[in-house]
Design a protein around this ligand. Structure first.
Ligand code: HEC
Length: 151
């Protein structure tokens, strides 16, 4: 029963967004966000309205409009140097795919993107399930997303 409901939501999302094959489930992504992300992150739009998570959450950067945004550029947030380098030097722009990989192992991801095998991440958290990672990325894409970057 659970599987068929999820498949139905996936098919619906597919119709709505025209996303290719792998049907991410933004609805499950909302649950993943509540359970795994909002201890550190929120989603606050430009007018200051809190769209997900709690107000005044500053452990991690605001994830509003993160898709299509260069890594490490939320004003006033004190990022680690390696995430800033991933954006400013290696040109990392967040896509759903990039977030899916990053949240499963932020440190390895930064090492790969920067080519620096001593790169460190300040995000001390890993999503254990790849499908949860993809779903939460799809959920984040529903908030103020800019053009999905190619690749
Ligand atoms: C324990 C706290 C914590 C949790 C839990 C956490 N994060 Fe993070 N996250 C951070 C911190 C801190 C950073 C900044 C990392 C750095 O500077 O290296 C970050 C950075 C990020 C970034 C990069 C944003 C940017 O502006 O470049 C994304 C995307 C992200 N997190 C997504 C998630 C998602 C999705 C979840 C839930 C599955 C999650 N995080 C859970 C603390 C957390």
């Amino acid at each position: 029963m659970k599987i068929s409901t999820k498949a139905a939501i996936g098919a619906f999302a597919l119709t709505m967004t025209g996303l290719p094959a792998l049907a991410q489930d933004a609805e499950n992504g909302a649950t993943v966000f509540q359970r795994q992300c909002q201890n550190c992150h929120n989603v606050v739009d430009d007018s200051g309205e809190v769209l997900a998570g709690r107000p005044n959450m500053r452990t991690g950067p605001n994830l509003y409009g993160v898709i299509g945004r260069q890594a490490g550029v939320v004003e006033g947030f004190r990022y680690g140097a390696d995430l800033v380098a991933a954006g400013a030097e290696a040109g990392l722009v967040w896509s759903e795919e990039a977030i899916t990989t990053y949240v499963q192992d932020p440190r390895s991801y930064l090492q790969e993107v920067t080519g620096n095998n001593r790169a460190r991440s300040q995000m001390a958290f890993q999503v254990r399930s790849e499908s949860d990672a993809a779903d939460v990325a799809a959920y984040l894409a529903t908030f103020g997303a800019q053009e999905e970057p190619a690749g």
